[in-house]
Ligand binder design. Sequence first.
Ligand code: OMP
Length: 213
Amino acid sequence: MKAFQRDFIEFAIARGVLKFGEFTLKSGRISPYFFNAGLFNSGGDLAKLGRFYADALVDAGVEFDVLFGPAYKGIPIATTTAVALADSHQRDVPYCFNRKEAKTHGEGGNLVGSPLEGRVMLVDDVITAGTAIRESMALIEQQQASLSGVLIALDRQERGKGELSAIQEVERDFNTTVISIVALADVVAYLQEKGGHNADIDAINTYRENYGI
Ligand code: OMP
């Protein structure tokens, strides 16, 4: 695990974003942990969050032309990542986001910010089944842009519809790379390092036996 990954897990736990217990997911699965990125909800949190996304992106070394944050949760994430790339990595990268409702007056359309063109890096919080990503792909294809990669905070490393993980399905279906700041395996390694989390680790291991890849 890299230093920024350990720091990110610590940050997510401290802010109550990463929690252990019993949670029902969108898929109906009962999960022993949950990642609620909406709880990164202050200016300081967002500034820090952007630096973690930017670090993961630079570390992965995937080339792209524009950052795209799908509405709604992707919008602040793409914005803060763009700021962190400029501030901490001297990379002034264009970014854009979509509206859920298309505007019929004024500038019209449903895209805001830089044009969505060239190689797109899509930025979001979590992929579970990949529903949100599939919706954004339609938009990217409409603009004749191409998807260079997807950048998320946490890879839950669980099965999608078949034997592959939802993330592997996205990578296969869209011929792209999914970059995550951390994966579930990193969370487990962190808990092991810290000690005193045996019940959480056991519950995660059982969950991974059922739904993991
Ligand atoms: P997909 O659009 O199906 O990939 O699911 C992503 C969504 O899952 C997120 O936008 C959340 O609503 C939800 N989610 C989390 O945010 N964190 C988790 O740890 C797990 C889920 C989930 O319900 O699977």
